[in-house]
Write a protein that binds this ligand. Structure first.
Ligand SMILES: [Fe+2]
Ligand SMILES: [Fe+2]
Length: 135
């Protein structure tokens, strides 16, 4: 399983958000490494909880930035965050109760889902925030 790296092609041109996106990717990588090392269920579940917690925090700081600058696409963006988080929580729940969910495909799906979200939806706030002095 290869590790995923963060690069400039994924930048949304807002420093704090780029940093948070990098941390999200690191958290996914940490989970992947834990799987490779054969870590136990408890450790995996702890790392997954951390990833979920950080995802919540990141979504809410993006929403705060958009709200504070009156970004017109806020509600649509917020709805997409809710949808993503619900999907992750549902998968984590299934994993926790051993409903046959595989963690590797889940992590790949999360990684791809995050990248797609960043590239298609997060980027929409960049010009708006930058015009208002947030870089
Ligand atoms: Fe984001
Ligand atoms: Fe977002």
């Amino acid at each position: 399983m290869t590790l995923l790296t963060w690069n400039h092609a994924c930048s949304v041109s807002i420093r704090a958000m780029d940093d948070q996106h990098g941390i999200l990717m690191d958290a996914i990588n940490e989970l992947r490494q834990a799987l490779i090392r054969g870590c136990g269920r408890e450790k995996i579940s702890e790392l997954l909880d951390q990833l979920i917690e950080f995802t919540r925090m990141h979504f809410s700081s993006e929403e705060q930035l958009m709200a504070q600058t009156g970004f017109p696409g806020l509600e649509e963006h917020r709805a997409e965050h809710h949808r993503m988080l619900a999907e992750i929580l549902q998968a984590a729940h299934r994993l926790q109760y051993g409903e046959g969910l595989q963690l590797r495909p889940l992590l790949c799906g999360m990684h791809d889902g995050f990248l797609e979200h960043i590239e298609s939806i997060d980027r929409q706030y960049s010009p708006w925030l930058r015009e208002r002095g947030i870089r």
